[in-house]
Design a protein around this ligand. Structure first.
Ligand code: MOS
Length: 764
């Protein structure tokens, strides 16, 4: 049976992007067997580019140095809200070594979409006011000091609940609620659901604004050669930046090249074009010289993006037997001074079986830096509230929290009513509970004695992460049998480069060391998706394998002529092509290409569409044992267990990396991280890594990572789902629930600092 790849053709006239008007069918490879029958897939494979990274050979955007290159610096507002009455740049322009100064006055013709690149009313501390290009960094900084700005300070608001009040300072003319209304979801009838309940509970949970704190700040280097633009950028998607720059500067796409070979972390803050990139390009155009702009760490905290805060009211109805009858969630979140989404309700709408659900999400403007996507946007905050609520309901009904979750398990997506392609959540529950020793938890929360109190808690995770087209990979088999792979998606620190190489090597039957992968170059690589949403691996692996299969088919055709196989089947193993029924008759890949003088074999592959009639999601269950020092308020994580459903594992080492990284980032969110804004002056108090408290190596607990899933062959022929975001999602609730089990006290406001712990324990 020939498997088919279906490329859907959409009608994009008149903005109709939904209607499918046709299909193109191509052959796709059959599903791989289980990992134990494969040579390279599923093993613990170190990153193929690890030597470059650890020796400093790898070139990140900041490492780009071009003769004649200028340094760009950005002047930012010291006020949270102000009109700019005038800007005088004359002194800065006269400073020796300054090559260009841009402000709202000389850039009104440049727009990002409909927005100007400088505003005459600035709406947050850190908003851009001017940019300069100079021969070196100190000259550029001196030039910023010489720019005279006349501000008219305006009333401001930094608290979302304050911002919703009728008399609050207006940040946008139409008011402080994004789009002027909440986004609302509803199914069933919650009034009926609450009437059917034996117990109804209401609780409120709060999470602060937190920051990405990625190792590499935002950086862009721009160079013009006539009307040809090259930009080295810290980005999750070179193709998205390429098309944005083509639009902004009215260039054909083939005259814009965007390069990002290495990425020092992003977590969602590098998904789309930002103003500093446009400034670098514009300053380079004005001066005729390359320009580099790197944000300072402080600028990155003020203006580089953040995760919106949340205030979440949940009302839940449950029967005595543990059946959920109604869930209602109303949320408010601060998105900063420009549009963003503070939506957090998807987990409540999808994770546990419940027929009557209503959610209302308010995204609110405040005078602070604009929010953006941050590792599992919304789900992390939403799960903090939802999964504590589940534990509260468990206690009220007298049901074990794990049993209550199993009782409300559902095998289909409740919003679309479609079944999942695969779901191994029950397996994750069982594996995690066994590993942590779930039966050891306190039967009576807080019943432990003495200074140190221990407890065990858990939480559940749902996310998307199925991947999708379009995603393309090209494979070149060279005359010596080595292989070059070209892949458009970014490696944002997750190991994309390595797993793409694995898929190609596995399919071609060659060694991993003979595969070189080039990523992150919009001119050289075929199109790949922006690396976000945990879609990269599940989009790229099928494309990579399909490209290798295409190359392999062509290679075997050439080999069959040389071997005079007369249509008998051939196969490849360890770089050698042989007749299946007569393995003695063989030839190396190198000799096939060398003797046939085809020059090289070129294969291309694309990600096929997802199956119709299914929902694709990832699942997981986390368990933790914590120890609370009731004298100091410090929470120590004794052991952490993460069990995940991700379909097939492509690389066990990079998979475990993602799990550990997500948990550590989640622990920071739970225990210490928070943007602190002084309400009196509207300025961030902790825009640096000294006062914004990230988790350190010493805070990292023992982490046990368990993959419970089998390949998802309904999803794709490589069967893997995404894992970048899922491991961060359940951490906050897992720790909060374990803390409750240890102390008998619930903390509903993050972060759970020692101070908050002592207050909750009534010690201060
Ligand atoms: Mo992700 S928050 O889509 O990088």
């Amino acid at each position: 049976i020939m498997a088919v790849k279906i490329l859907k053709v959409y009608n994009t006239d008149e903005d109709i992007y939904e209607e499918i008007i046709g299909e193109v069918q191509e052959e796709v490879p059959e599903a791989w067997p289980e990992n134990k029958e494969l040579k390279i897939i599923g093993k613990r494979i170190p990153r193929i580019n690890a030597p470059e990274i650890v020796t400093g050979e790898a070139k990140y955007a900041y490492d780009i140095i071009i003769p004649g290159m200028l340094v760009g610096k950005i002047l930012r507002s010291p006020y949270p809200h102000a009109n700019i009455k005038n800007i005088d740049t004359s002194k800065a322009e006269k400073l020796k070594g300054v090559k260009a100064v841009i402000t709202y006055k000389n850039t009104s013709n440049v727009r990002i979409g409909r927005d100007p690149i400088f505003n005459t009313t600035v709406k947050y501390e850190g908003e851009e006011i001017a940019a300069v290009a100079a021969v070196d960094e100190n000259t550029a900084l001196d030039a910023l000091d010489l720019i005279k700005v006349e501000y008219e300070e305006l009333p401001f608001v930094v608290d979302p609940e304050e911002a919703m009040k009728p008399n609050a300072p207006k940040i946008h003319p139409q008011g402080n609620i994004v789009r002027g209304r909440p986004s609302v979801y509803s199914r069933g009838n919650i009034e009926k659901g609450f009437n059917e309940a034996d117990i109804v509970i209401e609780e409120t949970f709060r999470t602060p604004v937190v920051h990405h704190s990625q190792a590499e700040v935002h950086i862009s280097v721009a160079k013009w050669e006539e009307d040809y633009l090259t930009v080295w950028d810290t980005t999750q998607g070179v193709f998205r930046i390429q098309s944005s720059l083509a639009n902004i500067f009215h260039l054909p796409v083939n005259k814009v090249r965007v390069i990002c070979h290495y990425m020092g972390g992003a977590f969602g803050c590098k998904l789309s074009i930002r103003r500093h990139t446009v400034y670098a390009v514009l300053l380079a155009k004005i001066t005729g010289r390359p320009v580099k702009i790197a944000l300072s760490r402080k600028d990155d905290y003020l203006a580089g993006g953040n995760r919106p805060s949340s205030i979440q009211q949940i009302k839940a109805g449950i029967k005595k037997d543990g059946t959920l009858t109604a869930l209602y969630q109303k949320t408010v979140g601060a998105v900063g001074a420009y549009p963003g989404s503070a939506g957090v309700t998807t987990p409540l709408r999808t994770l546990y079986k419940c027929p009557n659900v209503k959610t209302e999400e308010y995204s609110v403007y405040v005078n602070a830096g604009q929010s953006c996507a941050h590792r599992a946007p919304g789900h992390v905050q939403g799960t903090f509230a939802l999964d504590q609520m589940i534990d509260i309901l468990a206690e009220k009904t007298g049901i074990d929290p794990l049993e209550l979750r199993k009782k409300n398990y559902i095998d289909r997506d409740q919003q679309s009513n479609l079944p999942y392609t695969s779901k191994y959540l029950l397996e994750a529950y069982d594996a995690g509970a066994k590993e942590i020793g779930w039966e050891r938890r306190n039967k009576i929360p807080g019943s432990g004695q003495g200074r140190y109190k221990r407890g065990i808690g858990m939480a559940t995770q749902i996310w998307w992460g199925g991947g999708r087209p379009p995603a393309f990979v090209n494979v070149k088999i060279n005359s010596d049998g080595t292989v070059n792979v070209l892949s458009g998606a970014q490696d944002i620190g997750t190991g994309t480069t390595t797993i793409v190489a694995q898929c190609v090597a596995e399919e071609l039957g060659i060694k991993l060391k003979d595969v070189k992968v080039t990523i992150g170059d919009s001119e050289v690589c075929p199109y790949g998706p922006t690396s976000g949403g945990s879609v990269t691996a599940p989009s790229m692996c099928p494309a990579a394998r399909a490209a290798a299969r295409d190359a392999k088919n062509k290679l075997l055709e050439v080999a069959s002529v040389i071997l005079k196989s007369n249509g008998k089947p051939l196969d490849i193993k360890d770089g050698r092509i042989f007749l299946k029924n007569n393995p003695e008759k063989s030839i190396t890949i190198k000799d096939v290409i060398g003797r046939s003088r085809v020059g090289m074999i070129l294969g291309s592959g694309a990600r096929e569409d997802n199956p119709e009639g299914y929902a694709v999601n990832t699942f997981g269950a986390h368990f933790a044992e914590v120890e609370v020092d009731t004298w100091t308020g410090k929470i120590k994580i004794v052991k952490y267990v993460a069990a995940h459903d991700i379909g097939r594992v492509i690389n066990m080492l990079t998979a475990v990396n993602q799990i550990q990284g997500g948990i550590i980032q989640g622990l920071g969110f739970t225990l210490s991280e928070e943007r602190i804004i002084n309400k009196n002056v509207g300025r961030m108090e902790n825009p640096d890594m000294c006062n914004y408290l990230l988790p350190l190596a010493g805070d990292t607990p023992e982490i046990v990572s368990i993959i419970v899933s089998k390949p998802d062959n309904l999803l794709s022929h490589t069967g893997n789902k995404g894992l970048g975001e899922p491991p961060m999602i359940p951490v906050l609730a897992t720790i909060a629930n374990a803390f409750y089990n240890a102390t008998g006290v619930r903390i509903k406001v993050l972060p759970m600092t020692p101070e908050k712990v002592l207050m909750a324990l009534k010690k201060i």
